[in-house]
Write a protein that binds this ligand. Structure first.
Ligand SMILES: NC(=O)c1ccc[n+]([C@@H]2O[C@H](COP(=O)([O-])OP(=O)(O)OC[C@H]3O[C@@H](n4cnc5c(N)ncnc54)[C@H](OP(=O)(O)O)[C@@H]3O)[C@@H](O)[C@H]2O)c1
Length: 322
């Protein structure tokens, strides 16, 4: 099978398309013929050797959608021919093995590309906003990097919960798109004073929940935009791994909650359970819409990583697998 392979960590050229044997599903696993695979910011760090726990060599990719090819004898939830999607390492390939707990049925209404645009971004946003922060109707939610794959999913989830939603981005075009996708407010953090604007637009209240991923100076501004008793969800380090923190935040009684969907003990029993039961039907009826920025062929993976570095995308960049 064709696969995007990394022998040694390095720049974009460290990735090569190679022929590998089709993997075999072990107990509790499902072999899927991949049709589309999502691109994630984290993969650019994996390829560069800047992602905890990643060793070489490896097949790139963390999520995909496709058709079940074979199931282990102990798997009863899926059958060959089922349309499916979910999270599986090694997804930038013609076949990938899923642990059954991470596989979901793909609603008929969604294409494979749309299905592959969901898993990492939407499950991360769902875990943060629904499982951890338990966002309530009327709360004010501030989403850093609202144009990112996680951010654009968080926007729809928070709006569906009945929250007032604001987001940040580094370009005016992405700010405008966030409004088109339903944000109540959106700011260009390079030109707008985010804490001041957010306080003005929330009657002085500030944010009840924020999703913080950029860090650095922007992270400090997001924390400054928080209202009393707010929850800051720390889930990424896109702009660097440190940020200044004014310890005067103690006076506002904030909760700083860090999480990873890969290591959180609440992810499988709570987030996957509610996502399958509540979110998938919302995709099936069209209320939730996967945000596809563009689809490229698998062998254009270099271009996909260049686009991530360029930061002009809104939603998910995808690879179509032949
Ligand atoms: N905790 C978890 O379990 C979990 C799971 C999945 C993803 N994540 C994290 O979530 C974040 C978003 O991931 P994603 O795949 O949704 O990202 P993405 O779609 O590639 O978008 C990333 C965005 O981050 C912003 N950004 C700010 N500073 C940046 C910098 N120095 N370099 C690159 N981008 C920068 C850019 O938007 P602007 O230019 O508009 O700011 C960029 O478009 C990442 O930090 C990722 O590691 C965490």
């Amino acid at each position: 099978m064709k696969a995007v392979y990394v022998r040694e960590f390095g720049p974009i050229e460290a990735m090569e398309i190679v022929d590998l044997p089709v993997p075999m599903p072990g107990p509790g696993q499902v072999l899927v013929r991949v049709k589309a695979s999502g691109i994630n910011f984290a993969e650019t760090r994996m390829r560069a050797g800047d992602y905890g726990g990643q060793t070489v060599p490896f097949v790139m990719g963390m999520e995909s959608a496709g058709i079940v090819e074979a199931v282990a004898p102990d798997v009863t939830a899926f059958r060959p021919g089922d349309r499916v999607f979910g999270r599986a390492r090694g997804s930038h390939a013609e076949f990938v093995v899923f642990d059954v707990a991470h596989l979901m049925p793909l609603p008929d209404r969604l294409s494979f590309e749309e299905g592959a645009a969901i898993p990492v971004g939407w499950l991360t946003a769902w875990h943060g906003l629904i499982t951890l922060a338990e966002v309530q109707p009327g709360q004010r939610v501030l989403i850093e990097g609202i144009a990112s794959s996680v951010g654009s999913a968080a926007l729809q989830i928070a709006r569906w919960r009945g929250a007032w939603v604001a987001g940040t981005a580094s370009r005016d075009e992405k700010v405008a798109k966030a409004i088109e996708w339903g944000a109540n407010a959106a700011y260009n953090y390079l030109t707008d004073d985010v804490p001041t604007r957010l306080r003005e637009e929330t009657g002085g209240h500030g944010a009840d929940v924020s999703m913080l991923t950029i860090g650095g100076e922007q992270g400090a501004k997001t924390v400054a935009a928080m209202g009393e008793d707010g929850t800051v969800l720390l889930f990424g380090s896109t702009g660097g791994r440190t940020m200044p923190l004014d310890l005067n935040i103690g006076a506002r009684n904030l909760r700083l909650l860090s999480f990873s969907i890969t290591s959180s003990k609440r992810f499988l029993p709570e987030t996957m359970e509610t996502f399958k039961r509540v979110a998938i039907p919302l995709f099936a009826n069209g209320l939730f819409k996967p945000v596809v920025d563009r689809v490229l062929p698998l062998d254009h993976v270099y271009e996909a990583h260049r686009l991530v570095a360029d930061r002009s995308h809104f939603g998910k960049i995808l690879l179509r697998v032949p």
